[in-house]
Design a protein around this ligand. Structure first.
Ligand code: ADA
Length: 565
Protein backbone atom coordinates (compact mmCIF):
# COMPACT_ATOMS: atom_id res chain seq x y z
CA UNK A 1 0.00 0.00 0.00
CA UNK A 2 1.60 3.22 -1.11
CA UNK A 3 0.27 6.58 -0.04
CA UNK A 4 -1.16 8.84 -2.75
CA UNK A 5 -0.12 10.40 -5.07
CA UNK A 6 0.88 7.54 -7.35
CA UNK A 7 3.11 7.84 -10.42
CA UNK A 8 2.12 4.76 -12.53
CA UNK A 9 4.69 5.27 -15.27
CA UNK A 10 7.65 5.39 -12.96
CA UNK A 11 9.51 2.35 -11.71
CA UNK A 12 8.57 2.86 -8.08
CA UNK A 13 9.10 0.54 -5.14
CA UNK A 14 8.79 0.61 -1.40
CA UNK A 15 11.99 -0.17 0.45
CA UNK A 16 10.28 -1.64 3.51
CA UNK A 17 11.80 -4.80 4.86
CA UNK A 18 14.80 -6.08 6.78
CA UNK A 19 17.89 -3.90 6.46
CA UNK A 20 21.40 -4.41 7.77
CA UNK A 21 22.08 -2.48 10.96
CA UNK A 22 25.02 -1.34 13.06
CA UNK A 23 24.90 0.40 16.43
CA UNK A 24 27.57 3.10 16.27
CA UNK A 25 27.35 4.02 19.94
CA UNK A 26 26.49 6.95 22.14
CA UNK A 27 29.60 9.13 22.18
CA UNK A 28 29.76 10.17 18.54
CA UNK A 29 30.30 13.39 16.63
CA UNK A 30 27.50 14.88 14.55
CA UNK A 31 26.19 12.68 11.76
CA UNK A 32 27.94 14.80 9.16
CA UNK A 33 31.34 13.78 10.55
CA UNK A 34 30.76 10.02 10.42
CA UNK A 35 32.62 8.15 7.67
CA UNK A 36 29.86 5.78 6.58
CA UNK A 37 32.22 3.78 4.37
CA UNK A 38 33.93 2.36 7.48
CA UNK A 39 30.76 1.00 9.13
CA UNK A 40 30.65 -2.76 9.74
CA UNK A 41 27.05 -3.98 9.64
CA UNK A 42 26.58 -6.98 11.91
CA UNK A 43 22.87 -6.89 12.79
CA UNK A 44 19.45 -6.75 11.20
CA UNK A 45 16.62 -4.25 11.79
CA UNK A 46 13.23 -3.69 10.23
CA UNK A 47 12.42 -0.60 8.18
CA UNK A 48 10.10 1.04 9.10
CA UNK A 49 11.35 0.42 12.62
CA UNK A 50 12.86 2.09 15.68
CA UNK A 51 16.07 0.57 17.00
CA UNK A 52 15.27 1.77 20.53
CA UNK A 53 11.81 0.19 20.46
CA UNK A 54 13.62 -3.14 20.20
CA UNK A 55 14.79 -4.71 23.49
CA UNK A 56 18.50 -4.61 22.74
CA UNK A 57 18.66 -0.82 22.36
CA UNK A 58 15.78 0.18 24.62
CA UNK A 59 16.58 3.48 26.28
CA UNK A 60 19.83 4.01 24.39
CA UNK A 61 20.66 7.41 22.90
CA UNK A 62 23.17 7.46 20.06
CA UNK A 63 23.52 6.66 16.36
CA UNK A 64 22.21 3.65 14.47
CA UNK A 65 23.17 2.91 10.87
CA UNK A 66 20.77 1.20 8.48
CA UNK A 67 21.95 -0.16 5.10
CA UNK A 68 20.08 -1.59 2.13
CA UNK A 69 21.89 -3.03 -0.87
CA UNK A 70 19.74 -2.80 -3.96
CA UNK A 71 19.67 -2.83 -7.72
CA UNK A 72 18.86 0.37 -9.57
CA UNK A 73 19.44 1.54 -13.15
CA UNK A 74 22.74 3.28 -13.87
CA UNK A 75 22.98 6.95 -14.74
CA UNK A 76 19.29 7.73 -14.11
CA UNK A 77 17.59 10.53 -12.19
CA UNK A 78 16.06 9.01 -9.05
CA UNK A 79 13.71 10.26 -6.35
CA UNK A 80 13.69 8.96 -2.77
CA UNK A 81 10.64 9.68 -0.59
CA UNK A 82 10.74 9.04 3.16
CA UNK A 83 7.58 9.12 5.25
CA UNK A 84 9.46 10.30 8.34
CA UNK A 85 12.30 9.47 10.72
CA UNK A 86 13.60 10.59 14.13
CA UNK A 87 15.24 12.31 15.60
CA UNK A 88 17.80 13.36 13.01
CA UNK A 89 18.98 11.51 9.90
CA UNK A 90 21.64 11.54 7.19
CA UNK A 91 20.94 9.65 3.99
CA UNK A 92 23.71 8.45 1.67
CA UNK A 93 23.66 6.72 -1.73
CA UNK A 94 26.89 4.87 -2.53
CA UNK A 95 28.56 7.02 0.17
CA UNK A 96 27.30 10.22 -1.45
CA UNK A 97 25.26 12.36 0.98
CA UNK A 98 21.69 12.80 -0.30
CA UNK A 99 20.20 14.84 2.51
CA UNK A 100 20.16 15.68 6.17
CA UNK A 101 16.74 15.26 7.79
CA UNK A 102 16.26 17.39 10.91
CA UNK A 103 12.43 17.39 11.02
CA UNK A 104 11.22 14.38 12.99
CA UNK A 105 7.99 12.80 11.64
CA UNK A 106 8.10 14.97 8.47
CA UNK A 107 7.72 13.36 5.03
CA UNK A 108 10.67 14.43 2.89
CA UNK A 109 12.07 13.68 -0.53
CA UNK A 110 15.25 14.17 -2.53
CA UNK A 111 16.28 13.72 -6.15
CA UNK A 112 19.68 12.40 -7.16
CA UNK A 113 21.60 10.72 -9.96
CA UNK A 114 22.03 6.96 -9.54
CA UNK A 115 25.60 6.91 -10.89
CA UNK A 116 27.47 4.02 -12.54
CA UNK A 117 26.53 0.36 -12.29
CA UNK A 118 23.37 -1.40 -11.16
CA UNK A 119 24.42 -2.41 -7.65
CA UNK A 120 24.04 0.35 -5.09
CA UNK A 121 23.63 0.91 -1.37
CA UNK A 122 21.37 3.25 0.56
CA UNK A 123 22.53 4.14 4.08
CA UNK A 124 20.50 5.99 6.69
CA UNK A 125 22.32 7.20 9.79
CA UNK A 126 19.82 7.94 12.56
CA UNK A 127 20.65 9.90 15.69
CA UNK A 128 18.16 9.82 18.60
CA UNK A 129 20.21 12.06 20.88
CA UNK A 130 18.44 15.23 21.98
CA UNK A 131 20.35 18.24 20.76
CA UNK A 132 18.71 21.66 21.01
CA UNK A 133 20.95 22.98 18.24
CA UNK A 134 21.04 20.05 15.80
CA UNK A 135 17.44 18.95 16.41
CA UNK A 136 15.54 21.93 17.84
CA UNK A 137 12.12 20.47 16.96
CA UNK A 138 12.29 17.70 19.58
CA UNK A 139 13.11 18.05 23.27
CA UNK A 140 13.45 15.73 26.30
CA UNK A 141 10.57 17.55 28.03
CA UNK A 142 8.07 16.59 25.30
CA UNK A 143 5.42 14.31 26.75
CA UNK A 144 6.00 11.54 24.20
CA UNK A 145 9.05 9.37 23.74
CA UNK A 146 11.61 10.52 21.17
CA UNK A 147 12.36 7.26 19.41
CA UNK A 148 15.30 6.65 17.09
CA UNK A 149 14.67 5.00 13.76
CA UNK A 150 13.08 5.08 10.36
CA UNK A 151 9.53 5.76 11.47
CA UNK A 152 7.79 5.40 8.12
CA UNK A 153 8.16 3.82 4.68
CA UNK A 154 10.60 4.86 2.00
CA UNK A 155 9.88 4.78 -1.74
CA UNK A 156 12.45 4.88 -4.54
CA UNK A 157 11.47 6.00 -8.07
CA UNK A 158 13.27 6.08 -11.38
CA UNK A 159 12.26 9.41 -12.92
CA UNK A 160 11.35 9.99 -16.58
CA UNK A 161 13.93 11.98 -18.50
CA UNK A 162 11.52 14.63 -19.75
CA UNK A 163 8.80 16.66 -18.10
CA UNK A 164 7.76 15.42 -14.69
CA UNK A 165 4.76 16.10 -12.52
CA UNK A 166 5.28 17.28 -8.99
CA UNK A 167 1.79 17.39 -7.45
CA UNK A 168 -1.79 18.20 -8.52
CA UNK A 169 -3.87 19.87 -5.84
CA UNK A 170 -7.62 19.23 -6.14
CA UNK A 171 -9.88 21.75 -4.44
CA UNK A 172 -13.66 21.68 -4.39
CA UNK A 173 -15.39 24.64 -5.99
CA UNK A 174 -18.98 23.39 -5.83
CA UNK A 175 -20.02 20.20 -4.05
CA UNK A 176 -23.50 19.99 -5.58
CA UNK A 177 -22.23 20.16 -9.15
CA UNK A 178 -18.99 18.24 -8.41
CA UNK A 179 -16.93 21.11 -9.74
CA UNK A 180 -13.22 21.08 -8.80
CA UNK A 181 -10.08 23.04 -9.58
CA UNK A 182 -6.90 21.16 -10.47
CA UNK A 183 -3.74 23.14 -9.63
CA UNK A 184 -0.87 21.22 -11.08
CA UNK A 185 2.86 21.72 -10.84
CA UNK A 186 5.74 20.26 -12.79
CA UNK A 187 9.22 19.82 -11.35
CA UNK A 188 10.59 22.30 -13.88
CA UNK A 189 9.49 25.86 -13.22
CA UNK A 190 9.42 26.79 -16.93
CA UNK A 191 6.81 28.31 -19.28
CA UNK A 192 5.46 26.01 -21.99
CA UNK A 193 2.18 24.78 -23.49
CA UNK A 194 2.11 21.00 -23.44
CA UNK A 195 -0.71 18.59 -24.18
CA UNK A 196 -2.04 17.27 -20.92
CA UNK A 197 -4.47 14.35 -20.83
CA UNK A 198 -6.65 13.98 -17.78
CA UNK A 199 -9.61 11.98 -16.54
CA UNK A 200 -11.35 10.79 -13.41
CA UNK A 201 -11.86 7.40 -11.78
CA UNK A 202 -10.18 5.39 -14.49
CA UNK A 203 -12.34 6.75 -17.31
CA UNK A 204 -10.69 7.51 -20.70
CA UNK A 205 -8.58 10.66 -20.60
CA UNK A 206 -9.27 13.75 -22.61
CA UNK A 207 -6.47 15.90 -23.93
CA UNK A 208 -6.09 19.64 -23.61
CA UNK A 209 -3.43 22.07 -24.64
CA UNK A 210 -2.59 23.76 -21.34
CA UNK A 211 -0.68 26.96 -20.68
CA UNK A 212 1.99 26.27 -18.04
CA UNK A 213 3.54 29.27 -16.33
CA UNK A 214 6.63 28.76 -14.17
CA UNK A 215 5.77 25.09 -13.98
CA UNK A 216 2.19 25.63 -12.79
CA UNK A 217 -1.19 25.17 -14.48
CA UNK A 218 -4.87 25.20 -13.55
CA UNK A 219 -7.78 23.22 -14.94
CA UNK A 220 -11.33 23.97 -13.82
CA UNK A 221 -13.65 20.99 -14.42
CA UNK A 222 -16.59 18.82 -13.37
CA UNK A 223 -16.03 15.34 -11.97
CA UNK A 224 -18.33 13.04 -14.00
CA UNK A 225 -20.67 11.31 -11.56
CA UNK A 226 -18.91 13.12 -8.74
CA UNK A 227 -20.29 12.37 -5.25
CA UNK A 228 -19.65 14.36 -2.11
CA UNK A 229 -17.24 13.14 0.56
CA UNK A 230 -18.94 13.03 3.95
CA UNK A 231 -18.15 11.11 7.15
CA UNK A 232 -21.22 8.96 6.55
CA UNK A 233 -20.50 8.46 2.84
CA UNK A 234 -16.77 9.07 2.24
CA UNK A 235 -16.82 8.89 -1.57
CA UNK A 236 -13.33 9.21 -3.02
CA UNK A 237 -12.34 10.00 -6.57
CA UNK A 238 -9.08 9.78 -8.46
CA UNK A 239 -7.80 12.11 -11.13
CA UNK A 240 -5.15 10.91 -13.59
CA UNK A 241 -3.00 13.38 -15.54
CA UNK A 242 -0.57 12.38 -18.26
CA UNK A 243 1.99 14.55 -20.00
CA UNK A 244 4.75 13.21 -22.25
CA UNK A 245 6.27 10.19 -20.42
CA UNK A 246 4.94 10.94 -16.95
CA UNK A 247 1.64 10.33 -15.22
CA UNK A 248 0.26 11.17 -11.79
CA UNK A 249 -2.80 9.87 -9.92
CA UNK A 250 -4.15 11.94 -7.04
CA UNK A 251 -7.02 10.81 -4.84
CA UNK A 252 -9.41 13.39 -3.40
CA UNK A 253 -12.83 13.98 -1.92
CA UNK A 254 -15.44 16.49 -3.08
CA UNK A 255 -16.07 18.46 0.10
CA UNK A 256 -15.73 21.89 1.58
CA UNK A 257 -14.98 22.94 5.14
CA UNK A 258 -15.28 26.47 6.48
CA UNK A 259 -16.17 28.42 9.60
CA UNK A 260 -19.16 30.72 9.74
CA UNK A 261 -21.04 32.35 12.58
CA UNK A 262 -19.42 30.17 15.21
CA UNK A 263 -20.00 26.91 13.34
CA UNK A 264 -17.73 24.49 11.51
CA UNK A 265 -19.50 23.79 8.22
CA UNK A 266 -18.80 20.60 6.29
CA UNK A 267 -20.36 20.87 2.82
CA UNK A 268 -22.32 23.80 4.23
CA UNK A 269 -23.78 21.88 7.17
CA UNK A 270 -22.73 22.38 10.83
CA UNK A 271 -20.69 19.51 12.25
CA UNK A 272 -19.87 18.80 15.91
CA UNK A 273 -16.53 17.09 16.41
CA UNK A 274 -16.27 14.31 19.00
CA UNK A 275 -13.18 12.24 19.36
CA UNK A 276 -9.68 11.84 20.64
CA UNK A 277 -6.12 13.00 20.59
CA UNK A 278 -4.16 10.08 19.16
CA UNK A 279 -0.40 9.50 19.25
CA UNK A 280 0.72 7.38 16.29
CA UNK A 281 2.66 4.91 18.42
CA UNK A 282 2.70 1.41 19.85
CA UNK A 283 4.65 0.13 22.90
CA UNK A 284 6.51 -2.48 20.86
CA UNK A 285 7.17 -0.48 17.70
CA UNK A 286 7.06 3.17 18.67
CA UNK A 287 5.92 5.33 15.73
CA UNK A 288 6.76 2.59 13.21
CA UNK A 289 3.11 1.70 12.88
CA UNK A 290 1.48 -0.64 10.34
CA UNK A 291 -1.81 -0.79 8.42
CA UNK A 292 -3.02 -3.54 10.78
CA UNK A 293 -2.42 -1.32 13.83
CA UNK A 294 -3.97 1.73 12.18
CA UNK A 295 -7.08 -0.19 11.16
CA UNK A 296 -7.51 -1.59 14.66
CA UNK A 297 -7.28 1.91 16.13
CA UNK A 298 -9.77 3.23 13.58
CA UNK A 299 -12.15 0.33 14.25
CA UNK A 300 -12.00 1.17 17.97
CA UNK A 301 -12.57 4.90 17.32
CA UNK A 302 -15.58 4.03 15.19
CA UNK A 303 -16.87 1.76 17.94
CA UNK A 304 -16.52 4.67 20.36
CA UNK A 305 -18.87 6.68 18.08
CA UNK A 306 -16.07 9.17 17.27
CA UNK A 307 -15.98 11.27 14.10
CA UNK A 308 -12.83 13.24 14.94
CA UNK A 309 -9.10 12.58 15.47
CA UNK A 310 -6.53 15.14 16.49
CA UNK A 311 -3.26 13.82 15.14
CA UNK A 312 -1.14 15.00 18.07
CA UNK A 313 1.58 16.41 17.98
CA UNK A 314 3.30 15.97 14.62
CA UNK A 315 2.61 15.48 10.89
CA UNK A 316 0.70 12.23 10.37
CA UNK A 317 1.66 9.20 8.33
CA UNK A 318 0.23 9.65 4.83
CA UNK A 319 -0.92 6.03 4.75
CA UNK A 320 -2.87 6.60 7.98
CA UNK A 321 -4.53 9.68 6.48
CA UNK A 322 -5.43 7.66 3.37
CA UNK A 323 -7.34 5.30 5.71
CA UNK A 324 -9.03 8.24 7.44
CA UNK A 325 -10.14 9.40 3.95
CA UNK A 326 -11.57 5.97 3.17
CA UNK A 327 -13.33 5.58 6.53
CA UNK A 328 -14.71 9.10 6.79
CA UNK A 329 -12.88 10.42 9.87
CA UNK A 330 -12.34 14.15 10.34
CA UNK A 331 -8.75 14.99 11.22
CA UNK A 332 -6.88 17.91 12.78
CA UNK A 333 -3.32 17.62 11.53
CA UNK A 334 -0.57 19.65 13.19
CA UNK A 335 3.15 20.14 12.82
CA UNK A 336 5.59 19.08 15.55
CA UNK A 337 5.69 21.05 18.78
CA UNK A 338 4.96 20.59 22.48
CA UNK A 339 4.88 23.39 25.04
CA UNK A 340 7.95 25.03 23.56
CA UNK A 341 9.61 27.42 25.93
CA UNK A 342 10.85 30.93 25.27
CA UNK A 343 14.49 29.88 24.92
CA UNK A 344 13.44 27.31 22.31
CA UNK A 345 11.21 29.72 20.44
CA UNK A 346 13.97 32.35 20.32
CA UNK A 347 16.24 29.93 18.45
CA UNK A 348 16.34 31.05 14.78
CA UNK A 349 16.85 27.47 13.59
CA UNK A 350 13.77 26.36 15.56
CA UNK A 351 11.71 29.11 13.92
CA UNK A 352 13.00 28.27 10.46
CA UNK A 353 12.31 24.54 10.87
CA UNK A 354 8.85 25.25 12.30
CA UNK A 355 7.99 27.15 9.13
CA UNK A 356 9.54 24.57 6.83
CA UNK A 357 7.88 21.56 8.47
CA UNK A 358 4.48 23.30 8.61
CA UNK A 359 4.48 24.27 4.93
CA UNK A 360 5.74 20.77 4.10
CA UNK A 361 2.86 19.22 6.08
CA UNK A 362 0.23 21.30 4.23
CA UNK A 363 1.69 20.59 0.78
CA UNK A 364 1.98 16.85 1.51
CA UNK A 365 -1.51 16.40 2.98
CA UNK A 366 -3.30 18.85 0.71
CA UNK A 367 -5.61 16.35 -1.01
CA UNK A 368 -6.82 14.43 2.06
CA UNK A 369 -10.55 15.17 2.48
CA UNK A 370 -10.27 13.84 6.04
CA UNK A 371 -7.90 16.67 7.00
CA UNK A 372 -10.23 19.56 7.82
CA UNK A 373 -8.10 21.61 10.24
CA UNK A 374 -4.44 22.65 10.31
CA UNK A 375 -2.63 23.21 13.60
CA UNK A 376 0.87 23.74 14.98
CA UNK A 377 2.99 24.23 18.10
CA UNK A 378 0.78 22.50 20.65
CA UNK A 379 0.65 24.60 23.85
CA UNK A 380 3.39 26.82 22.58
CA UNK A 381 3.60 30.07 24.51
CA UNK A 382 0.98 32.11 22.65
CA UNK A 383 0.77 34.35 25.73
CA UNK A 384 4.23 35.79 24.99
CA UNK A 385 5.24 37.80 21.94
CA UNK A 386 8.12 35.46 21.02
CA UNK A 387 5.64 32.60 20.58
CA UNK A 388 2.70 34.64 19.29
CA UNK A 389 4.83 36.20 16.54
CA UNK A 390 5.87 32.76 15.26
CA UNK A 391 2.28 31.50 15.39
CA UNK A 392 1.10 34.42 13.34
CA UNK A 393 3.81 33.64 10.77
CA UNK A 394 2.82 29.96 10.68
CA UNK A 395 -0.86 30.84 10.26
CA UNK A 396 0.06 33.22 7.44
CA UNK A 397 2.17 30.60 5.67
CA UNK A 398 -0.60 28.03 5.93
CA UNK A 399 -3.16 30.46 4.47
CA UNK A 400 -0.85 31.14 1.54
CA UNK A 401 -0.53 27.41 0.91
CA UNK A 402 -4.14 26.48 1.54
CA UNK A 403 -6.93 29.08 1.89
CA UNK A 404 -9.51 26.27 1.99
CA UNK A 405 -9.10 24.89 5.52
CA UNK A 406 -9.43 26.57 8.94
CA UNK A 407 -6.42 27.04 11.19
CA UNK A 408 -6.16 26.62 14.94
CA UNK A 409 -3.68 25.96 17.75
CA UNK A 410 -4.26 24.10 21.01
CA UNK A 411 -3.57 26.78 23.59
CA UNK A 412 -2.98 26.32 27.30
CA UNK A 413 -3.10 30.11 27.76
CA UNK A 414 -6.33 30.84 25.94
CA UNK A 415 -7.46 33.40 28.53
CA UNK A 416 -4.27 35.44 27.98
CA UNK A 417 -3.34 34.50 24.41
CA UNK A 418 -1.93 37.32 22.25
CA UNK A 419 -2.87 35.82 18.91
CA UNK A 420 -6.39 34.38 18.93
CA UNK A 421 -7.06 36.70 15.97
CA UNK A 422 -4.65 34.59 13.92
CA UNK A 423 -6.85 31.49 14.18
CA UNK A 424 -10.15 30.57 12.51
CA UNK A 425 -11.01 28.21 15.37
CA UNK A 426 -10.23 28.85 19.03
CA UNK A 427 -8.91 25.70 20.71
CA UNK A 428 -7.79 25.15 24.27
CA UNK A 429 -6.49 22.39 26.54
CA UNK A 430 -7.94 22.18 30.06
CA UNK A 431 -7.33 19.74 32.93
CA UNK A 432 -9.57 20.88 35.79
CA UNK A 433 -9.96 18.19 38.43
CA UNK A 434 -6.65 16.65 37.46
CA UNK A 435 -3.86 19.24 37.48
CA UNK A 436 -4.30 22.07 39.85
CA UNK A 437 -3.34 23.68 43.16
CA UNK A 438 -3.61 20.42 45.16
CA UNK A 439 -7.35 20.64 45.82
CA UNK A 440 -8.08 19.11 49.29
CA UNK A 441 -11.09 17.39 47.74
CA UNK A 442 -9.87 13.93 46.56
CA UNK A 443 -12.35 14.09 43.68
CA UNK A 444 -12.58 17.73 42.52
CA UNK A 445 -14.95 16.98 39.65
CA UNK A 446 -16.93 20.14 40.39
CA UNK A 447 -14.04 22.10 38.88
CA UNK A 448 -14.85 20.78 35.40
CA UNK A 449 -18.10 22.70 34.83
CA UNK A 450 -16.72 25.73 36.67
CA UNK A 451 -13.66 25.84 34.41
CA UNK A 452 -15.65 25.31 31.20
CA UNK A 453 -17.84 28.29 32.12
CA UNK A 454 -14.95 30.47 33.25
CA UNK A 455 -13.14 29.98 29.93
CA UNK A 456 -16.27 30.42 27.81
CA UNK A 457 -17.17 33.58 29.71
CA UNK A 458 -13.67 35.01 29.24
CA UNK A 459 -13.91 34.24 25.51
CA UNK A 460 -17.23 36.07 25.14
CA UNK A 461 -15.55 38.86 23.21
CA UNK A 462 -17.01 40.50 20.08
CA UNK A 463 -13.98 39.60 17.97
CA UNK A 464 -14.38 35.91 18.86
CA UNK A 465 -18.14 35.54 18.53
CA UNK A 466 -17.97 34.07 15.01
CA UNK A 467 -15.08 31.70 15.74
CA UNK A 468 -15.92 28.06 16.50
CA UNK A 469 -14.37 26.61 19.63
CA UNK A 470 -12.81 23.21 20.26
CA UNK A 471 -11.87 21.76 23.64
CA UNK A 472 -8.74 20.21 22.17
CA UNK A 473 -7.60 18.34 25.27
CA UNK A 474 -9.10 17.25 28.57
CA UNK A 475 -8.57 14.02 30.49
CA UNK A 476 -7.52 12.17 33.61
CA UNK A 477 -5.05 9.36 34.18
CA UNK A 478 -5.98 5.80 35.09
CA UNK A 479 -3.69 2.86 35.59
CA UNK A 480 -5.17 -0.04 33.60
CA UNK A 481 -6.59 -2.57 36.05
CA UNK A 482 -6.41 -0.24 39.05
CA UNK A 483 -9.91 -0.50 40.60
CA UNK A 484 -10.62 1.40 43.81
CA UNK A 485 -13.83 1.68 45.87
CA UNK A 486 -12.68 5.15 46.98
CA UNK A 487 -12.62 6.11 43.27
CA UNK A 488 -9.49 8.21 43.77
CA UNK A 489 -7.20 9.64 41.12
CA UNK A 490 -5.34 7.07 39.02
CA UNK A 491 -8.20 4.59 39.47
CA UNK A 492 -10.27 3.56 36.47
CA UNK A 493 -13.31 4.70 38.45
CA UNK A 494 -12.07 8.27 38.82
CA UNK A 495 -11.23 8.48 35.11
CA UNK A 496 -14.70 7.17 34.22
CA UNK A 497 -16.41 9.66 36.56
CA UNK A 498 -14.18 12.42 35.20
CA UNK A 499 -14.98 11.86 31.53
CA UNK A 500 -18.64 11.23 32.34
CA UNK A 501 -18.72 14.79 33.73
CA UNK A 502 -16.65 16.15 30.83
CA UNK A 503 -18.99 14.67 28.22
CA UNK A 504 -22.04 15.91 30.13
CA UNK A 505 -20.58 19.42 30.24
CA UNK A 506 -19.70 19.28 26.54
CA UNK A 507 -23.16 18.11 25.54
CA UNK A 508 -24.70 20.96 27.53
CA UNK A 509 -22.54 23.70 25.96
CA UNK A 510 -23.31 24.03 22.22
CA UNK A 511 -20.79 26.91 22.08
CA UNK A 512 -18.20 24.15 21.98
CA UNK A 513 -18.05 22.80 18.43
CA UNK A 514 -15.64 20.01 19.22
CA UNK A 515 -14.15 17.82 21.92
CA UNK A 516 -10.92 15.85 21.63
CA UNK A 517 -10.42 13.75 24.74
CA UNK A 518 -6.86 13.36 25.97
CA UNK A 519 -6.19 10.66 24.91
CA UNK A 520 -6.92 7.52 22.88
CA UNK A 521 -4.34 5.05 24.25
CA UNK A 522 -1.59 5.21 26.88
CA UNK A 523 1.74 6.04 25.29
CA UNK A 524 5.36 6.01 26.34
CA UNK A 525 6.71 9.36 27.45
CA UNK A 526 9.95 10.85 28.75
CA UNK A 527 12.31 8.90 30.95
CA UNK A 528 14.19 10.27 33.95
CA UNK A 529 12.94 12.02 37.07
CA UNK A 530 10.23 13.95 35.18
CA UNK A 531 8.59 10.54 34.71
CA UNK A 532 7.77 10.50 38.43
CA UNK A 533 4.55 12.24 37.40
CA UNK A 534 4.05 9.58 34.74
CA UNK A 535 3.64 6.15 36.37
CA UNK A 536 5.48 3.53 34.24
CA UNK A 537 6.97 6.45 32.26
CA UNK A 538 3.74 6.38 30.24
CA UNK A 539 1.09 9.00 29.76
CA UNK A 540 -1.75 7.04 31.36
CA UNK A 541 -4.71 9.20 30.35
CA UNK A 542 -5.70 6.79 27.59
CA UNK A 543 -9.24 5.49 27.38
CA UNK A 544 -7.37 2.33 26.44
CA UNK A 545 -4.01 1.16 27.63
CA UNK A 546 -1.03 1.06 25.28
CA UNK A 547 -2.04 -2.44 24.06
CA UNK A 548 -5.50 -1.05 23.26
CA UNK A 549 -7.16 -2.84 26.20
CA UNK A 550 -10.21 -0.74 27.19
CA UNK A 551 -10.42 0.82 30.64
CA UNK A 552 -13.73 1.23 32.47
CA UNK A 553 -14.16 4.72 30.95
CA UNK A 554 -14.52 3.19 27.46
CA UNK A 555 -18.24 2.46 27.71
CA UNK A 556 -18.90 5.83 29.37
CA UNK A 557 -17.45 7.73 26.41
CA UNK A 558 -19.08 5.38 23.90
CA UNK A 559 -22.51 6.02 25.44
CA UNK A 560 -22.08 9.80 25.52
CA UNK A 561 -20.66 10.04 22.00
CA UNK A 562 -23.57 7.99 20.67
CA UNK A 563 -25.90 10.76 21.82
CA UNK A 564 -23.92 13.67 20.35
CA UNK A 565 -24.97 14.29 16.75
C1 ADA B 1 -0.75 18.67 27.49
C2 ADA B 1 -0.13 18.14 26.21
C3 ADA B 1 -0.37 16.67 26.00
C4 ADA B 1 -0.16 15.89 27.30
C5 ADA B 1 -1.16 16.42 28.33
C6 ADA B 1 -1.00 15.72 29.67
O1 ADA B 1 -2.00 19.23 27.25
O2 ADA B 1 -0.60 18.83 25.06
O3 ADA B 1 0.55 16.21 25.03
O4 ADA B 1 1.14 16.11 27.77
O5 ADA B 1 -0.91 17.80 28.56
O6 ADA B 1 -1.21 14.49 29.71
O7 ADA B 1 -0.67 16.41 30.63
Amino acid sequence: MSAYPHYPRRDSRKLDGVWEFAWLGEELPQLEEIDASRIVYNELMAVPGCFDAAPKYAGKRGVGAYRLRLEAPAYRQMRLRIGGLGLRGRLLWDSRELMIDEMPYSPLECEFHSGPGRSHELVILVDNRFDAEATPLMHPFYDFYGYGGVYRSLELETLPDGVRFDRVRVSTIDVKHARVKLEGSFRSRSNFTPEISFGFDGAPLKTLSVRVTEGKFTIDCIVPGGKAWTPAAPHLHTVTLRCADDEIVERFGIRTVRCSKGEILLNGKPVRLKGYNRHDTHPQFGPAMTPALWLEDLQILRDLNCNFIRGCHYPQNQEFLDLCDQLGFLVWEESLGWGDRVEVQENPKFRELQKRQTVNMVRTSINHPSVIIWGFMNEGGDDKEVGASLMRELAGLIRQEDPTRPITMASMHVRTSLCLDAYDIISFNLYPGWYGPGDPDPRPLHLIAETFDDVLNKLKRPELIDKPMILSEIGAGAIYGWRDRVRTMWSEEYQADYLDEVCRCFEARPRLNGLAIWHFADSRTYAGSAALSRPRAFNNKGTLDEYRRPKGVYDVVKRHFAKIK
